[in-house]
Design a protein around this ligand. Structure first.
Ligand code: URA
Length: 437
């Protein structure tokens, strides 16, 4: 398209007035935005028009595809096994990628996973993995491929060459009030996931107090949009809408979540939601990849790989292949950084937990130094909370609600009121909430 045919404000006006955009215009728009020919102010205006007017699945697919093509796209042709990946929209205590990738790899499906850092109060898989001494999340494409080939899985960070249009647009959305738009979120997530090249994608769309999507209707709309675009792009895809009102599992904080992931990989059958949800997300990765014919056999294979130690061994091999200390799989407490001060918060009364607020716990972890206030902040991998209580559990007065892991005792004690405010204890009974909505 030459410059004479392309008038940005006419495209903005069309979307402002509620019309659908042509695929060619979307493609040209993103190409020009990515290389700097189209200014931020016009992109911001179009993003706001999209926020108010929405996009059809066809427009969203065209936008996603154009953003994906703004950088490198990986191909796994020639790999001996099928490829699959999982994407979570992020939550508190959501460490599931860490046990999931090696578990699914141990079952014969390659998992090339490109993950993100923490955003706001939600933790990021990369930050968690970097609490393992030596673990390198910055592999180039050739090394990424070599690790996936040799081990079956690799978890790395986004390179500058992966969907650069998304990187630029995400930063602009962040400061123009245009983040919570389903077509823009879909294109943002999927431009990166499609560029990564896995044939099967499973989405964990979190819903609730500690998630991006607060209501089941919004979470479902995002899940439907992700599925329509992923399938439109020729991928096998499945989505689960899962609860994020209370933190997932028993820990929140980077190194603490690695230790909990190792517990899951050790086959510990005690469940607090994190193990079960790992399995629920792994099942469609196996069935859609054709490795298991149905849900029951997928589940049996996953349980077998946990019980035999194969999943844990795959994790150790991935860590080692990426420069980390593989002894983390045997003795996480000897390898991972430990916070100097550990303070228990006793329950102020006996009863049943009716609320453990994920948002409140996420804020506590951030204030301890486990999250970022600004993108340039460094995080402390050792801090966080462990032994979290779960909704529906009984508790005696004085029993620990959780443990705070902090840099100093004073820092931990200062956060006790916030921890207490995140819990509600009633006379009960309270049913344990559903994991999958
Ligand atoms: N995660 C992303 O990658 N992009 C969004 O827009 C929202 C969440």
């Amino acid at each position: 398209m030459n410059d004479d045919d392309f008038v940005p404000q006419w495209i903005i006006e069309r979307k402002r007035d509620g019309a659908a955009l042509d695929e060619a215009d979307i493609r040209e728009w993103i190409a020009r935005y990515a290389d700097g020919r189209l200014p931020d102010y016009q992109m911001a205006a179009l993003a706001m028009a999209i926020y108010f007017r929405g996009m059809s699945p066809e427009e969203t697919l065209a936008l996603t595809d154009a953003m994906m093509r703004s950088g490198d796209t990986l191909s796994w042709d020639g790999l001996a096994r099928p490829t699959a990946d999982k994407h979570s929209t992020g939550g508190i205590g959501d460490k599931l990628s860490i046990p999931l990738a090696p578990l699914v790899a141990a079952c014969g499906v390659a998992v090339p996973m490109i993950s993100g850092r923490g955003l706001g109060i939600t933790g990021g898989t990369l930050d968690k993995l970097e609490s393992i001494p030596g673990y390198d999340t910055h592999l180039d494409n050739a090394r990424f491929r070599a690790v996936v080939d040799a081990v079956g899985c690799s978890i790395i960070g986004q390179t500058d060459r992966l969907a650069p249009a998304d990187r630029k647009l995400y930063a602009l959305r962040d400061v123009t009030g245009t983040v919570p738009s389903i077509p823009l979120i879909t294109a943002s997530i999927l431009s990166k996931k499609l560029a990564e090249g896995a044939a099967t994608l499973v989405f964990d769309v979190k819903c609730g107090a500690g998630a991006f999507m607060k209501t089941p209707a919004d979470a479902r709309a995002l899940a439907d949009s992700l599925l329509a675009v992923a399938r439109g792009a020729g991928r096998h895809a499945e989505a689960l809408v899962t609860a994020m009102d209370q933190p997932l599992g028993r820990t929140a904080g980077n190194a603490l979540e690695i230790a909990e992931s190792v517990e899951i990989l050790r086959g510990d059958p005690a469940d607090d939601g994190a193990r079960e949800l790992t399995l629920r997300l792994a099942v469609p990765m196996l069935t859609l990849s054709g490795v298991s014919p149905d849900e029951a056999s997928a589940r049996a294979l996953l349980e077998k790989k946990l019980a035999s130690g194969a999943a844990l061994e795959t994790f150790a091999r991935m860590v080692e292949a990426q420069g980390g200390d593989p002894r983390v799989a045997e003795a996480p407490e000897k390898v991972l950084p430990q916070a100097p001060a550990v303070v228990e918060v006793p329950a102020p009364r006996g009863g049943v937990l009716a609320r453990v607020d994920a948002d409140g716990i996420g804020r506590v972890v951030l204030l301890l130094g486990g999250g970022r206030r600004a993108v340039t902040d460094t995080i402390d991998p050792s801090v966080g909370v462990s032994c979290l209580s779960k909704v529906g559990e009984e508790i005696e007065q004085g029993e620990p609600l959780l443990r705070i892991h902090a840099r100093t005792r004073a820092e931990a004690e200062a956060l006790v009121p916030q921890v207490l405010a995140a819990h509600e204890i009633v006379d009960g009974p309270v049913a344990a909430p559903a994991l999958v909505l």
